[in-house]
Design a protein around this ligand. Structure first.
Ligand code: FES
Length: 157
């Protein structure tokens, strides 16, 4: 259940726009930040706030890569799965990440720390092969930089 202050904040934002639907992604991100992912309850709540049906909200939620409809780890690794990064060895680095974390793309490590989600171009082709971890960009990646980064994140936990 949404805390009253968050609900009020979202209601105020929605009331300030002519077309509440334009805020659906923003509302989903706010609910995701609160719940950790967009739960079924969050879909219902977003629909109620926006005057949409849960199905309409869910269509948006399942379309956007950065909206999570399933639980994710503390660190969500969005590794680029597009052509410029492929040309720079991105595919083998994806495999390396999978191997290092012992998970397949789409999965979360058993300790709940990392989720690996390949995505289309993240807009940092000049840093290929690249990835985002919780929206921070890393690249150009090598097995060594990946090792170092994962170690740092594990230590920071
Ligand atoms: S193709 Fe990988 S960041 Fe653009």
């Amino acid at each position: 259940m949404l805390p009253e202050n968050l609900k009020k904040e979202l209601q105020d934002r929605i009331a300030a726009v002519d077309h509440p639907r334009e805020l659906v992604v923003d509302v989903l991100f706010a609910l995701q930040a609160h719940y950790g992912f967009v739960t079924d309850e969050a879909v219902e709540e977003a629909a109620g706030l926006l005057g949409m049906t849960p199905m309409e909200v869910d269509e948006v939620a399942t379309f956007y890569t950065f909206v999570y409809r399933r639980p994710v780890g503390k660190y969500v690794i969005h590794v680029c799965d597009s052509v410029i990064c492929w040309l720079e060895g991105g595919r083998s680095l994806q495999e390396y990440l999978s191997q290092k974390l012992s998970i397949a793309p789409g999965e979360t490590t058993a300790d709940g720390l990392f989720t690996l989600l390949p995505v289309c171009c993240i807009g940092y082709c000049d840093r290929a092969p690249a990835m985002l971890i919780n929206k921070k960009v890393y690249g150009p990646l090598t097995p060594e930089t990946i090792d170092q980064l994962l170690d740092e994140l594990r230590e920071a936990h």
